[in-house]
Write a protein that binds this ligand. Structure first.
Ligand SMILES: [Zn+2]
Length: 632
């Protein structure tokens, strides 16, 4: 049964109150306090602001200092024409693509601090717009670079339904160029992509994100081709991602912020954020993020009555006591990609059960403080990035395994019980909306290196693998080509036991292999691509080219043709061939006899013939061999 109380009427009451009260003297929170006897802040309620409220856990009423960011009078007073569509809707709607860009265009026309550039077209033909905010109105990457200020790139809507960053950015840009916040650009630049997944954003509806409290209409998670852009950083299949990677290379930000909304479990935190860990590929940037950035952001959020937290992932969404998890994201994800290319990257995950207004305001506080912190500590950040880019560590971690962390976590959670469900036949979690501190929950993190490789000085990639070469170029990895055939002593991986995923994933048939590395002498053809690993993107090249790396081109299936044997020998030919081989090489008989001790082999006539074929000069000497060579 639904529980109704006065909060159900909240949007209506706000409108009525503002229309009959002199808004100059009455702030929104005063109106609420006067008109709504209950519930009190922090009291869990069932709301019906959003269509899915009735099936979600109770909402905790929230009011906080950050509400002062919403301009007085904007709801009713035409003298506040610069209210955003989000504000005009009483904080529950987010504008569509057309209205978003139209509003931002009008704002841009008001100010010489703003300009707009298209990163290019989406698959459905929409421009992906980026707004450039700088004190002197830079319009090009060269102009921006000339001011020598640190730059943050804020990207909203990679998952288009998780659109908090868009409405935040619109308010923040307005307050910078028309309000009192011009100073935010005195020592920093802001690049703002209001909608990254533009096509997904227009697949809009009320039923797109069932676990999320607003906005009313939400976009779709994946792009028009049903591809998840936040799994596409490493493989870079989508035009959207290719355009974003190109923008990163061209505009060269020092900080990259990817704004999401997360579900999973209920907790008190409304704004959570994180990045790869200290043992990742960018430890100096991590130190800046953890020890300079995080404390300042958390202080600002707390002062504005938000509850900041690290990224929250429960080991088991139905049993909090099993603990929380940490991870070093691989480069298919924004935060893993940023770590691999030494671009400090922050994943914001606002909590989906918090209402849209609270989430947008929390994001605003975070982005405003980001500009302040970047202004004060940008030089240190640049130094950290530079150290990471040129560290060229001898060993590079490819995969991680879980370990229990020494320190547990005092977790600001929500009380819950489990009930037996007649629907599922299993237990179901019932969150009760009551704040509860869970002391010292265990934290299990994928923080222990599992597989490491020695850093090669270079890779050589044969020229026929054009798609891989193109993708490496899109990442900005520097490559040279051999002008003539060149003799080399290199290393090559030989694969065995390829295992293909049963279902397609992100449009790919992924594969994993066992591999052994062997030296070989060969002549590389002209046009072979050389990838030096002593370059700023050298670590990224290693993660893309080492076959055991989770997001290598090999595992994504870009080299799948090498797993097909294309030449064969008939039984009538292999039989006399085998006899000739045994005659020419008596030692072979002993090896064959040893092989026959395996009963499975001995009973498999095809395998017996293949045994000889594989040892003959007719056999395909490229079969299961990786066409990417390592130079030590
Ligand atoms: Zn997301």
């Amino acid at each position: 049964m639904r529980v109704f109380n006065s909060s159900n009427l909240l949007p209506l009451l706000c409108m009525v109150s503002f229309s009959i009260v002199a808004a100059d003297t009455v702030s929104e929170s005063t109106v609420l306090a006067n008109d709504l006897a209950s519930p009190r802040p922090n009291e869990p309620v069932v709301s019906d602001t959003f269509i899915n409220d009735t099936i979600l856990p109770p909402q905790i009423q929230w009011h906080g200092a950050s509400e002062s960011l919403l301009l007085d009078k904007k709801l009713i007073d035409k003298s506040a024409p610069w209210s955003t569509p989000f504000e005009q809707s009483n904080f529950i709607n987010s504008p569509n693509y057309h209205d978003t860009i139209e509003w931002l265009d009008k704002l841009t026309a008001q100010s010489n601090m703003l300009s707009k550039v298209s990163l290019g077209k989406s698959p459905q033909g929409r421009d992906i717009w980026m707004f450039i905010a700088s004190s002197k109105g830079a319009k090009t990457p060269a102009e921006l670079k000339q001011n020598h200020k640190p730059t943050v790139l804020v990207q909203a809507g990679i998952h288009a339904g998780e659109i908090d960053g868009k409405d935040t950015g619109m308010m923040l840009l307005r307050d910078i160029v028309l309000g009192q916040k011009r100073g935010l650009l005195d020592d920093a630049n802001l690049l703002f992509v209001p909608i990254f997944n533009v096509d997904g954003h227009e697949r809009s509806g009320k039923f797109n994100r069932v676990n999320q409290r607003g906005p009313v209409d939400m976009g779709w998670r994946t792009n028009a081709n049903n591809l998840n852009l936040n799994r596409d950083y490493a493989k870079a299949d989508t035009p959207e991602m290719q355009l974003m990677l190109s923008a990163i290379n061209t505009w060269d930000p020092q900080l990259y912020i990817d704004v999401h909304v997360t579900d999973g479990i209920d907790y008190q935190y409304d704004v959570t954020f994180g990045y790869n860990l200290s043992n990742g590929l960018s430890p100096n940037s991590y130190n800046w993020l953890e020890n300079t950035y995080r404390p300042q952001i958390e202080t600002a959020l707390s002062a504005a009555d938000h509850i900041p937290g690290p990224l929250v992932f429960a080991i088991d969404n139905t049993d909090l006591m099993k603990g929380l998890s940490l991870w070093n994201a691989s480069p298919r994800f924004s935060n893993g990609y940023g770590d691999a290319r030494h671009l400090p990257t922050i994943l914001i995950e606002n909590h989906s059960l918090k209402p849209y207004k609270q989430r947008v305001l929390g994001t605003y506080v975070m982005l405003e403080q980001t500009l302040k912190t970047l202004s004060r500590h940008g030089t240190a950040l640049k130094a950290a990035i530079s150290k990471d880019k040129f560290a060229f560590n001898d060993r590079v971690t490819l995969t991680w395994q879980a370990e229990t962390q020494q320190q547990g976590w005092d977790f600001k959670g929500i009380g819950y019980s489990t009930e037996q469900s007649a629907i599922s036949g299993n237990s179901v979690v019932r969150w009760n909306g009551e704040p509860k501190l869970y002391q010292q929950l265990p934290v299990i993190g994928k923080t222990k290196a599992k597989l490491k490789v020695n850093r090669p000085s270079a890779y050589y990639l044969l020229p026929q693998w054009t798609e891989v070469i193109e993708r490496l170029a899109i990442h900005g990895i520097r490559m040279t080509r051999l002008e003539k055939p060149t003799d080399k002593i290199l290393q090559q991986y030989q694969f065995s036991k390829p295992k293909f995923d049963e279902s397609s994933y992100e449009g790919h048939q992924r594969v994993s292999v066992e591999s052994t590395l062997s030296p070989l002498e060969l002549t590389l053809p002209a046009g072979t691509v050389k990838i030096d690993t002593e370059q700023p993107l050298g670590d990224l090249a290693i993660l893309l080219l080492e076959p055991q790396s989770t997001d290598s081109f090999l595992q994504w299936g870009f080299f799948n043709p090498i797993f097909t044997r294309t030449e064969y020998i008939e039984d009538y030919a292999v039989e006399p061939l085998a006899q000739q081989m045994l005659k020419d090489n008596p030692a072979l008989q002993a090896q064959f006899n040893a092989a026959l001790k395996d009963a499975t082999f001995a009973s498999d006539s095809k395998a017996r013939l293949r045994w000889f074929y594989q040892r003959s000069p007719y056999y395909d000497n490229q079969y299961l061999k990786y066409p990417v060579y390592r130079e030590q």
